[in-house]
Design a protein around this ligand. Structure first.
Ligand code: CP
Ligand code: NVA
Length: 307
């Protein structure tokens, strides 16, 4: 049995296999072929933070695969009133076939997984957002934009950045990360990513967004204020000025460079309205691909359990 907590536990071949599985399922869905690969299975979805895409994609995906998804907000279950994680894990995993968790500290999901009898999927923690990266890479594959890529990440050193680092380390591409001083990526996670880096993987960190974007084939960003940091918002807006991905910034990238955003996007902050709308086709395909990539992931995890 495997959990999906971060990309660091997966090989390049496994990551690509999950994405291929998702692409195959997407192709079938578009021709109205529904394979009930998870018939009679239930996915428990624990949310300690808000979500639009993660909830809709997992719940819809599970339904399309013949299963059922349970939305469990921490406002409604005893976890939010102090029932220990290890007890919650043993109870939920005795009834559900898979569990998806969106929470704050990454250690919570690790503890849950330790006590869970079924696969646990990370639907975002303060440290990582690996399911988003499956969708992001799937999108690049679909747009034939995944060969010889140089990815520039501009903005906050956060869960998205850490997952980009792990993807670059595992798949072997160049990732340049530009953050303001004081908002750099977690140095322990960076060291781990550098240690795991395979042939072709280059991970550079800097404080100049222009240096990161120059010649990049993919430019990406994320909110400057992640969930849980709301009270820092005004201060962050001041500190991050100069980090907006706008036309001038995009003009430094390669001709035809793609722009990705995990969403939700804050126009006029991390991305300009013009850049966002110019690239909205790929960005909304990226959002839709959450559905297909995660269906691929759930089917893949289910197969690991059987084999
Ligand atoms: N990108 C993403 O995870 O979106 P939600 O927060 O809406 O789930
Ligand atoms: N970094 C953001 C990602 C949202 C999908 C957050 O954690 O809020």
């Amino acid at each position: 049995m495997r959990h999906f907590l971060t990309l660091k536990d997966f090989t390049k071949e496994e990551i690509l296999e999950i994405i291929e599985t998702g692409l195959e399922i997407k192709k079938n869905l578009k021709s109205k072929v529904y394979k009930k690969e998870l018939e009679n299975q239930t996915l428990g979805m624990i949310f300690e933070k808000s979500s639009t895409r993660t909830r809709v994609s997992f719940e819809t995906g599970m339904f399309q695969l013949g299963g059922h998804a349970l939305f469990l907000s921490n406002r409604d279950i005893h976890l939010g009133r102090g029932e220990p994680v290890k007890d919650t894990a043993r109870v939920i995993s005795s009834m559900c076939d898979m569990v998806m968790i969106r929470t704050f500290e990454h250690s919570m999901i690790e503890e849950f997984a330790k006590y869970s009898k079924v696969p646990v999927i990370n639907g975002l923690t303060d440290s990582y957002h690996p399911v988003q990266l499956l969708a992001d890479y799937m999108t690049l594959v679909e747009h034939s934009a995944n060969e010889n890529i140089v990815v520039a990440y501009v903005g906050d050193g956060n869960n998205m950045t850490h997952s980009w680092m792990m993807l670059a380390a595992k798949l072997g591409f160049e990732l340049r990360i530009a953050t303001p001083k004081g908002y750099e990526v977690d140095q322990t996670i960076l060291a781990e990513a550098l240690e795991l880096a395979c042939d072709g993987a280059v991970i550079k960190t800097m404080n100049d967004p222009k240096e990161a974007v120059r010649g990049a084939t993919v430019v990406t960003t994320d909110t400057w204020t992640s969930m849980g940091q709301e009270e820092e918002k005004e201060e962050r807006i001041k500190i991050f000025s100069g980090f907006m991905v706008d036309d001038e910034m995009m003009s430094l990238a390669n001709d035809g460079a793609r722009f990705l955003h995990c969403l939700p996007a804050y126009r006029g902050l991390e991305v300009s309205e013009e850049v966002f709308e110019k690239h909205s086709d790929i960005v909304f395909n990226e959002a839709e691909n959450r559905l297909h990539a995660q269906k691929g992931l759930m089917v893949w995890l289910d197969k690991q359990r059987d084999s």
